[in-house]
Design a protein around this ligand. Structure first.
Ligand SMILES: Cc1ncc(COP(=O)(O)O)c(C=O)c1O
Length: 367
């Protein structure tokens, strides 16, 4: 009788095992992010919740994604010891990926638009990552693919975010939110609101709501005229943005492959000036600065809440605080930067204050 000996660690697998163990240890050391509650005088009977994703070690919701992308690459046999890692990003994902790459002892290349907030570029570099800055933002995917052709492992957040995340559970963002709402008066939210970059977050939330058979609807809040707004309304995957946005991370110029139209129940549009005013409002509400996409989310919540109030509905609305505002000190939070770009936020600040007080969506009034 002959016995076939199975190699206990086929070529290269010992390192993969070690890398997977490191990722598992990191997850075990990490705490969940907070779900913060707000109530406003204008919206009696409507509770607002904000999932603070800025408290992840790398400062944004992309910490979850970066961990999933590394796991996905390792478990698909695409990432090997000593291999460089590359991805295209508007910055937040790159920071998280640089952090995990350093943890695994891998070289990391971030392909980012040259206009990315300087603090994000510095954060990637501080973590040992290399930034390949591209003048034309529409070229980031092509440049990342070029690095991959030269041997780097392409983490490919835009191609893989939607499938690398465990949408049925494993404490994904939707499972975490719903678990944290368990003891609240309205534990099943009326709406969950989020923006779209890769489409991974909206896909995970939308799928999980169906999987759990909940009536909660998913609303995508996007910069005015983004590709996702047009694409969702016309169901056209070739839709493009009708105007650019200054809000990083969301509002893509074209519909990315991970955006699932069919799990989204509504889409609302938010002007850049309103989003920045929203971010400043969040700072006064929470005492912490969050980025522009969090401002978009706040305005999206107010649009939905005022419609609920007009219909006499009560319930709860959940959204995300996606990343730290500190990253945008030289951009969104700098009055001179805003003035140079004609972004007048004062009328929006007044409109937000009126909306919070009255529950009726107020339009900005310019002098
Ligand atoms: C900074 C930032 N990046 C990305 C996203 C979108 O996430 P995803 O890439 O999962 O669609 C958001 C969402 O709100 C965001 O705020």
């Amino acid at each position: 009788m002959t016995t076939t000996l199975i190699d206990p660690a086929p070529h290269g697998r010992a390192w993969v095992n070690e890398a997977l163990a490191l990722l598992e240890q990191e997850a075990a050391r990490s705490a969940d992010t907070h779900l913060l509650r707000l109530d406003f005088p204008g919206f009696p009977g409507i509770a607002f919740y904000f999932k603070d994703e800025s408290v992840h070690p790398t400062g944004s919701l992309k910490h979850r994604l970066a961990r999933s992308l590394f796991l996905y690459a390792l478990c698909n046999g695409r990432l090997r010891q000593g291999q460089a890692v590359v991805d295209a990003s508007s910055g937040s994902t790159a920071i998280s990926e640089a952090w995990f790459a350093r943890m695994l002892g891998l070289q990391f290349i971030a392909v980012m638009p040259a206009c990315t907030a300087p603090q994000k570029i510095h954060a990637v570099q501080a973590l040992g990552g290399q930034c390949d800055l591209v003048e034309d933002p529409s070229q980031v995917h092509a440049r990342a693919a070029q690095h991959a052709a030269e041997g780097a492992c392409h983490l490919d957040q835009f191609g893989l975010a939607e499938r690398a995340t465990d949408w049925r559970g494993n404490n994904n963002i939707a499972e975490s939110i719903l678990g944290q709402l368990r003891r609240e008066p309205q534990p099943v939210p009326t709406w969950i609101v989020c923006g779209v970059g890769t489409g991974g977050t909206s896909a995970t939330i939308g799928r999980y709501l169906r999987y759990r058979r909940l009536d909660t609807r998913l609303c995508v809040a996007e910069p005015t005229g983004s590709s996702y707004v047009h694409g969702w309304r016309t169901r056209d995957r070739n839709a493009v943005a009708s105007q650019p946005t200054r809000i990083e991370g969301i509002g893509r110029p074209k519909v990315e492959p991970g955006f699932l139209f069919d799990v989204v129940d509504d889409v609302v549009e938010v002007d850049d000036a309103a989003a920045i005013a929203g971010a400043l409002q969040l700072e006064s509400l929470f005492g912490t600065q969050y980025g522009g996409s969090s401002g978009v989310n706040l305005i999206g919540c107010l649009q939905l809440a005022s419609a609920m109030r007009a219909r006499g509905e009560t319930g709860s609305i959940v959204s995300l605080l996606c990343d730290r505002g500190k990253r945008y000190q030289e951009t969104l939070f700098d009055p001179a930067w805003r003035a140079e770009r004609g972004l007048d936020i004062a009328p929006w600040q007044a409109a937000i204050a009126r909306t919070l007080d009255t529950g009726v969506l107020a339009a900005p009034v310019t002098a």
